[in-house]
Each structure stands twice: as C-alpha cells, then as structure tokens.
Ligand binder design. Structure first.
Ligand SMILES: Nc1ncnc2c1ncn2[C@@H]1O[C@H](COP(=O)(O)OP(=O)(O)OP(=O)(O)O)[C@@H](O)[C@H]1O
Length: 224
C-alpha cells in the first residue's frame, strides 16, 4: 500500500549559540490519499516545522519522508524543487498574497515554475477562478477583497499546478467563524477530487471537520 505521505521517526532540532530546541521528536505518521488531516497543538509545539518538512522547505535531521512512492531523503535539491512545484500546493498564514499583483497575477505565480504549457495558463486560471467563485475579482488587487475572498485566491494559487498534496498553515486563522466554515467546505470539495490535505490549525472546531486530528505537544505527535 502506498500512502500519500509517510513519515517515519522524524527528528528536527534547531541549534544556535547557547540554545538547542527539539522541535520534532521521533514523529511518525501515514496519511492516505484523499484524507483531510488537521494538525493541532499549542504555540511552539512544532506544527510549522512539520509542515515545512512535509513541504520540502526544510529537511529533518533524521528519519524518512516518503511522498507517494518517492523517498524524499534520496532526492537532490533540484528534484525536491521539482516535487514542490508539481506535487505540492501551499496555503500560507495570512494568505501571503502579493499586494501589488492582481488576483490573476497572484494565481499565475506557481505556473511560472511548473511544466504547464503557457498556452494553457489563461484557461486554467479562468477555470480555477470560476470553481472558487471569484471570477469577477480577476483584475482586483488583494486590498480590494474580503478575507474569505483573499483566502479563496490563496487556495486557487495552491491548486493551480494540480499538485495532489495541499499543505495549509492556519488557513482560517484570519477569518471569522462563518467564513472559516465556508473555507472548510471548500476544502471538503477539493478533497473529494482525491487531494490529500494537511492543515495546521489552532481552532478545534475547524479540526473537528477533518477526517483525522493529529496533536503535537512539545515535538511529539499523538493521534486522537
Ligand atoms: N529557525 C528556528 N531557529 C530556532 N528555533 C526555532 C526555529 N523555528 C522554530 N523554532 C523553535 O522550534 C519550536 C517549534 O516551532 P514551530 O514554529 O514549529 O511551532 P508552531 O507549533 O508552528 O508554533 P506557532 O503555532 O506559534 O506557529 C519552537 O520552540 C520554536 O521557538
């Protein structure tokens, strides 16, 4: 059986002059394709560190991480960048949109680093805008959008390269509770297209909408 994500005995320690922080301690988990998993934990417990490792932004000190059938520890930096662009979609804290770009330009960014032929870009962007219900905002800039609309743009940007694993850091953190639930509904729709979603959240109501809840405490992972 191949899991979408399989990590085994991952450790990560941050070291500097006079300090050492064990951010992840022997973390193991398997996530199936099409599962929506919440990672919850208090501030400083290791959630972002885990997400950065899953996103191939950072590497563990020890342990293995398989993305589908690929052992990422065996990959070169170029191969990791290739996986980031083709397999993964990121939704970062506070949307992380570029203010001076329009909605369309923001969504286009991952395509610049992908293998998607240029002639397909406009069609893909329009289809994605339609799907997320923000087609009329195409030429607007982030400052002209509501929080929920900004988050939809961030989700569109994460989905545009058609990666199969979506990693989201506090995707509802900046939204009121009604808009948060709308965004979670959207995730559930995305999930039904066989995407694997891992989201970090402080919000237990949001976590409760996921298929699984993983808790991190002081760098250790527990499942409900
Ligand atoms: N670059 C770094 N250098 C040193 N220590 C770090 C670094 N990044 C994170 N840490 C430490 O590692 C631990 C885990 O941090 P991490 O950002 O993963 O937590 P988190 O659960 O995402 O927290 P929050 O919910 O506040 O974002 C914390 O103690 C943090 O201070």
């Amino acid at each position: 059986m191949t899991y979408s994500i399989e990590i085994d005995q991952i450790c990560k320690t941050y070291r500097g002059v006079g300090y050492e922080v064990k951010a992840l301690r022997n973390v193991s988990m398997k996530i199936n394709t099409g599962e929506m998993t919440a990672v919850v934990g208090t501030s400083g417990s290791g959630k972002t560190t885990l997400l950065n490792i899953l996103g191939l932004i950072d590497s563990p000190d020890s342990g293995t991480y398989r993305l589908g059938d690929i052992d990422t520890g065996e990959c070169t930096e170029t191969e990791r960048a290739g996986l980031r662009n083709s397999r993964l979609g990121f939704i970062l804290q506070e949307f992380a949109l570029i203010d001076r770009y329009t909605v369309e330009q923001n969504i286009k960014i991952p395509l610049l680093y992908s293998n998607v032929p240029k002639r397909e870009w406009n069609m893909r962007i329009d289809a994605m805008l339609d799907k997320l219900g923000i087609a009329e905002k195409k030429k607007r800039r982030p400052a002209e959008l509501s929080g929920g609309q900004k988050q939809r743009v961030a989700i569109a940007r994460a989905l545009i390269s058609q990666g199969d694993v979506i990693l989201a850091d506090e995707p509802t953190g900046a939204l009121d509770s009604r808009t948060s639930l709308e965004i979670i509904d959207l995730f559930q729709r995305i999930k039904s297209e066989n995407k694997t979603i891992v989201l970090v959240t402080h919000d237990h109501d949001i976590a409760a909408e996921c298929d699984r809840i993983l808790h991190i405490e002081d760098g250790r992972l527990y499942e409900d």
